[in-house]
Design a protein around this ligand. Structure first.
Ligand code: KIV
Length: 290
C-alpha cells in the first residue's frame, strides 16, 4: 500500500497514513543477522531529500545519506569535495522525511581520517545536527582505531570496504576490487578489522563475488553489498541509479525504471502547453468571487 502524507503546518512535519512502523534501531539492524545467518536481506537505498525519504521509507530498512550526493545532487566529479555541512543539510532532511528506516549519514572525505578526535568531532556534529542514528566511514584496518574510538563514545559506525570511492586517487579508478590474491586477502582483513573495532554493519562495494561471499560468511555483522553478491546480508543502490535517472548505468546497477524518459516526456508536454497557451486552463486560474 502506498503512503500518503498530511502536512502539519504547526510543526512542518508530514504525517503519514498508514501510520509507520517504529523506527529501526542500530541493535535491531545488527541482530538481523543471527549466528552468522540472515533470513531476509536488509533493504538499503540512498536518500538525499525529505520527499525522497518519505517515498522510500516504508520499503527500506536503512536510508543512507551517501556522499554520492556530490555527483547525484551537486554534479561534482567525485565525492571528494563533499563537505560536512552538505551532509548535515541533506541528513536532517532525510531524518525529517522518514519514520521507520534507520538513517545513516556518510562522513565526507577529509573530515575523519586525520585523527580519531577529528572523527569524533565530525561524527558527533553530524549526529546532533541531523538526528541520524549512525555514521558510515570508508576504510578497513587503517580506520579500526577510529571506529573503536567512536563506538566506545556512543557513535554507531557502519564500515565500508572494497571499492572505497573517497580513495579513488589511490585506487586509480572505480574498477572492482579483489582480483589479486594480495587485494583479496586485504579486503577480508579490512572487513574483520572493522567488525572487531565495533562497527554494527559493513558495506562491501565493488568486490569480486567470492570476496563478498567470504566476507558475508565469515563476519557476524550484516554485510550489505553493492556490486558484490546476492548472498550478502543486504543490498544497497544509489536510488537515482536504480530509478534510471542517468544515462550511464554502472554494471552492478539494475535499472528498475526509466525515470529520465518520464521526466523528459512530461516536461516536453508542459513546454508545449505553455507555448500554445493551453496551460493554464480555467481549472488552474483564480477568478474574482461573484
Ligand atoms: O555514497 C554512497 O551512496 C555510498 C553507497 C554507494 C554505498 O556509499
Amino acid at each position: 500500500m502506498s503512503t500518503t502524507f498530511q502536512l502539519d503546518t504547526s510543526t512542518s512535519r508530514a504525517n503519514p497514513t498508514p501510520k509507520p512502523r517504529k523506527r529501526l534501531t542500530v541493535p535491531r539492524i545488527r541482530d538481523h543477522k543471527k549466528d552468522g545467518q540472515t533470513k531476509e536481506p536488509l533493504v538499503m537505498l540512498t536518500a538525499y531529500t525529505a520527499r525522497q525519504a518519505q517515498l522510500l521509507d516504508t520499503h527500506c530498512d536503512i536510508l543512507l545519506v551517501g556522499d554520492s550526493l556530490g555527483q547525484v545532487i551537486y554534479g561534482l566529479d567525485s565525492t571528494l569535495p563533499v563537505t560536512a555541512d552538505m551532509m548535515i543539510a541533506h541528513g536532517a532532511a532525510v531524518v525529517r522525511g522518514s519514520y521507520h528506516s534507520l538513517v545513516v549519514v556518510d562522513m565526507p572525505f577529509g573530515t575523519y581520517e586525520g585523527s580519531k578526535e577529528q572523527a569524533f568531532e565530525t561524527a558527533s556534529k553530524i549526529m546532533a545536527d541531523t538526528g541520524c542514528a549512525a555514521v558510515k566511514l570508508e576504510g578497513g584496518e587503517a580506520m579500526a582505531e577510529t571506529i573503536a574510538f567512536l563506538t566506545n563514545r556512543g557513535i554507531p559506525v557502519m564500515g565500508h570496504v572494497g571499492l572505497t570511492p573517497q580513495a579513488v586517487n589511490v585506487l586509480g579508478g572505480y574498477a572492482a576490487r579483489g582480483r589479486s590474491q594480495q587485494e583479496h586477502d586485504k579486503i577480508l582483513r579490512d572487513g574483520k578489522a572493522v567488525q572487531d573495532a565495533g562497527a554494527f554493519s559493513l558495506v562491501a562495494e565493488g568486490v569480486i563475488e567470492p570476496i563478498a561471499i567470504a566476507l558475508t560468511q565469515s563476519l557476524e555483522i550484516p554485510v550489505i553489498g553493492i556490486g558484490a553478491s546476492a548472498q550478502c546480508d543486504g543490498q544497497v543502490l544509489v536510488t537515482e541509479d536504480m530509478l534510471g535517472m542517468f544515462e550511464r548505468v554502472p554494471r552492478f546497477v539494475k535499472r528498475y525504471e526509466d525515470i529520465a524518459s518520464v521526466i523528459d516526456k512530461t516536461v516536453a508536454k508542459y513546454a508545449e502547453e505553455v507555448r500554445d497557451r493551453s496551460f493554464p486552463t480555467a481549472e488552474q486560474t483564480y477568478q474574482p468571487k461573484s
